[in-house]
Design a protein around this ligand. Structure first.
Ligand code: ZN
Length: 80
């Protein structure tokens, strides 16, 4: 458990090498919980290992060749 997931280094659309930067985003499950609470529901919290598996690490990179901005989320494989 010492190696971080590899950071993406290429545009997924055209393959041009581009720099990616770590990018903070709200995991989808947190958005859903917020929406449920806004409706008055109180969903039970997810187990931490499920949250970790869903959250992942996200990166963003802009490609000058095809002008695409790519968001890449890398997910950890959860042992066990
Ligand atoms: Zn590209």
């Amino acid at each position: 458990m010492t190696t971080a997931p590899p950071q993406p280094q290429f545009c997924p659309w055209c393959g041009t090498p581009i720099p990616f930067e770590p990018h903070e985003h709200e995991p989808r499950f947190e958005t859903l919980v917020d929406q449920a609470r806004a409706r008055g529901d109180d969903p039970p919290p997810l187990p931490q290992r499920v949250r970790d598996a869903l959250a992942g690490d996200s990166f963003v990179g802009a490609c000058p060749a095809c002008r695409a901005v790519s968001h890449v989320v890398t997910h950890h494989a959860t042992p066990g």
